[in-house]
Design a protein around this ligand. Structure first.
Ligand code: SF4
Length: 753
């Protein structure tokens, strides 16, 4: 096992940083029950010693005095610490009363981004949502990457198979709306993104960044192009147009599996580079040059992220990026975009074809928004709470999320949260959202749980596996493990009672997994003795058993003794720095999971949505006025890392970036306070001028606004910033995916009177 013994002697524990998608290996030096230092793990073959300031502050998060260690219940208008037994009884009483009076649809389940970094949520949240019996599921996906799920689902049949830019082998990377030097990568797991980009020059590869801001990544690029926010779809369509016009389409190996090419040609016909140039701000000659470079590079990748996805045409933009990758022969090509080969997953190399992907199987009650991935848009939550009638949301169960800061129209949502009948939050902080809760159940610190980045190693640019035991062991007196906590909630929601033994849920999940794999004739456990499998898992924790099942039945697994040299949890634990199983390999056409078994380049729902893009081509954004975009910072991750002194020190970071000419035109300069107004709301922000902004564009980071009464995050409250989502309009969505529009928001900026 990894170095994780208790005692007061200095020791080093190795694990993966759970704070962002990069999955850096960290070496955590510990004395007794204190973390004394966190550094990058040089021996981790994937991250090679890289660590960012957030990872180095992992110990500060663990020791944060404001982190809840005990459940709290609202009594007499304030939070009172209670025992775990009392807290679960209170959850049962409160949720039970609402569900009995108003039915299951009166409950909404809200899931935040940190759940994707922990093992227990990976296994227990699906049963939790099932036990809740509600269709009101909201997650961070619809303020982030839902457009990519839709495109992956409709075009190649698997909503979770993301097109990963193969950055270690590419010759040409066209990057839009992404800033991995601040974010460390998103929808692609590639630790030490800066180091990986540094390898571009020695091998002669080119990086082109397209962004309304000259970001930290753009500064390192071979070329940076400003683009008007929200118009990437027009520009990408012009690149596709150029491929057809100049006979540069060359699909290559997968050609016989691709359908819809002629439909795409027709769709992009009106999008000539000259037509889109005044809309996007990129001249036609440059557009043609980039299209030729993409087509002629030995291997190229088009990669877009939140600046591309959290916009009015997010799905159409992600689609055009996919179309470019396919038409240039770079889809599923080393150095192009590849899909991952996660160690803890089955990979079937059989015939192409599957069940396909559907959206809109049911609709939201008020706005009629179609479900996507079984979720409703985050932007629809407030109206579902506020609007009277049957099915109105009256109770919430949230896990690791702060919607009042991360969802659109945050002032409205804040008011809506105040009107709930009952609210249970699983969270480590009393923040802007959880301050409205009736009960807060704090999960253990990440360092007190086993660690395997199941979700993000599933988006990695190499096949990599790494397991770590807890850095600190918890005693029974410290409260339930994360698995026990979720199992208790499952039992309460199922009506089995707060007193029930969580082992019932743990055992059922193991049995369910074994039976599913045994009953599949092509499955890795077909025909095996279930008791023999259960015996092989003996001695592992509940999440350890489920992880071991995934690993051992995965494509590199030992199949419980039937594949010599295969992976198991025990074997991984002998390699505390992780096991690297090589670069990504071609997986298509076998991975095609569409009903047709083909790569559907022009699926019906995306073609139908294209009408909106076409209409906007005739009716572009007015050239006047300012458009707001977001921005990331290396020391920030959404709203929850602002309570760590090392991450908020120094000059204020929550500033309104403006081009000097735009600021001067409004009588503003750096250090002034400005009034910013959108259709949804208004706020005051500190101005910082910078020619890194495209004229006509202003930028505010998100996740700030810690100046409300009732939060218990003292450091954050002393560095409040402003809540950019006050300005985000929840009435405007990317229709095809339900994703919120967080970029390209029209705003007025003026000096404070
Ligand atoms: S880049 Fe992400 S994973 Fe790596 S140390 Fe920083 S926060 Fe942790």
């Amino acid at each position: 096992m990894g170095a994780s013994t208790s005692g007061s002697a200095r020791r080093t524990a190795y694990r993966t940083c759970p704070l962002c998608e990069a999955t850096c290996g960290v070496a955590i030096e510990v004395e007794g029950d204190r973390v004394v230092r966190v550094r990058g793990d040089e021996a981790d073959p994937f991250s090679r010693g890289f660590v960012c300031p957030k990872g180095a502050a992992l110990g500060d998060v663990h020791h944060d005095p404001d982190r809840l260690r005990q459940p709290v219940v609202r009594r007499g208008g304030r939070f009172v610490p209670v025992s775990w037994e009392e807290a679960f009884v209170e959850v049962e009483r409160g949720l039970g009363a609402v569900l009995a009076a108003h039915g299951r649809q009166s409950l909404a389940v809200l899931l935040g981004n940190p759940v994707t970094h922990h093992l227990a949520p990976a296994f227990y949240l699906r049963p939790l949502v099932r036990a809740a019996g509600t269709r009101n599921l909201f997650t961070a996906s619809t303020v982030d990457q839902m457009p990519q799920h839709v495109v992956s689902g409709l075009v190649w049949g698997d909503p979770n198979a993301f097109p990963l830019p193969d950055i270690d082998r590419t010759d040409y990377l066209l990057m839009l709306g992404a800033n991995p030097l601040a974010s460390n990568g998103s929808l692609v797991t590639a630790p030490d993104f800066p180091g990986r980009l540094k390898q571009f020059k020695p091998r002669g590869a080119k990086l082109v960044v397209v962004d309304p801001r000259r970001t930290e990544t753009a500064e390192r690029a071979d070329e940076h192009l400003f683009i008007r926010p929200g118009t990437d779809v027009f520009w990408l369509a012009a690149l596709v147009h150029t491929l057809f016009a100049e006979h540069l389409v060359s699909i290559g190996r997968l050609e016989r599996w691709v359908v819809g090419v002629e439909e795409i040609r027709t769709l992009v016909t009106p999008f000539a580079p000259e037509v889109v140039a005044p809309i996007c701000g990129i001249d036609a000659a440059t557009t043609r040059r980039i299209a030729r470079s993409l087509a002629r590079a030995a291997a190229a990748a088009v990669y877009g992220r939140i600046g591309n996805h959290a916009v009015e045409f997010g799905t159409a933009t992600a689609w055009m990026a996919a179309v470019l990758n396919v038409l240039t022969g770079n889809f599923d090509r080393p150095g192009g975009v590849m899909t991952s080969s996660p160690v803890a997953s089955r990979i079937d190399d059989g015939e192409p074809g599957g069940r396909g992907y559907r959206i809109g199987r049911w609709k939201s009650r008020v706005g009629g928004h179609p479900e996507v991935n079984g979720e409703f848009p985050a932007a629809a939550l407030a109206e579902e709470i506020e609007t009277p009638g049957e099915g109105r949301i009256r109770a919430l169960l949230s896990v690791a999320t702060n919607p009042v800061r991360s969802y659109p129209n945050s002032d409205r949502l804040d008011r809506a949260f105040g009107a709930l009948d009952f609210y249970v939050a699983v969270d480590i902080y009393v923040n802007e959202s959880t301050r409205h809760a009736n009960v807060i159940l704090p999960p253990p610190s990440a360092l007190e749980e086993e660690n395997y980045e199941l979700t993000f190693l599933g988006n990695a640019v190499r096949s990599f596996a790494k397991y770590a035991p807890p850095v600190f062991e918890r005693g029974v007196e410290d409260g339930p493990s994360e698995a026990d906590l979720f199992a208790k909630l499952v039992l309460i929601l199922r009506g089995d009672g707060a007193e029930s033994d969580p082992a019932r849920v743990h055992d059922a999940l193991v049995d369910e997994f074994i039976e599913r794999e045994r009953s599949d004739p092509a499955g890795p456990l077909a025909g095996r003795d279930a008791d023999e499998i259960r015996r092989a898992l003996a001695g592992l924790s509940p999440v350890g058993k489920l992880l071991d099942l995934r690993l051992r039945t995965g494509w590199q697994g030992d199949l419980f003794g039937q594949r010599e040299g295969g992976i198991s949890l025990t074997k991984l634990a002998e390699h505390p720095h992780g096991v690297d199983l090589g670069p990504l390999v071609e997986r298509f056409p076998a991975r095609l999971a569409t009903e047709s078994g083909l790569l559907e380049l022009a699926p019906g729902p995306l073609v139908a949505d294209w009408r909106r893009v076409r209409e906007r081509l005739e009716r572009p954004h007015p050239a006047e006025g300012l458009l707001l975009i977001g921005r990331r910072h290396l020391r920030s991750n959404n709203s929850w890392m602002h309570n760590i002194p090392a991450l908020v020190s120094g000059r204020p970071r929550c500033t309104l970036l403006m081009h000097p000419a735009d600021a001067a035109a409004r009588g503003l300069g750096s250090g002034d306070r400005a009034r910013v107004r959108s259709k949804a709301g208004a706020l005051e922000a500190l101005v910082e001028t910078s020619d890194a902004l495209m004229p006509g564009v202003v930028s505010l980071p998100h996740g700030w606004g810690h100046d409300v009464a009732g939060i218990e995050m003292r450091v954050a409250a002393a560095h409040p910033g402003v809540a950019s989502n006050v300005l985000t309009d929840d009435a405007i969505l990317d229709v095809a995916s339900g994703n919120a529009v967080l970029n390209g928001i029209p705003v007025e900026v003026g000096a404070l009177a």
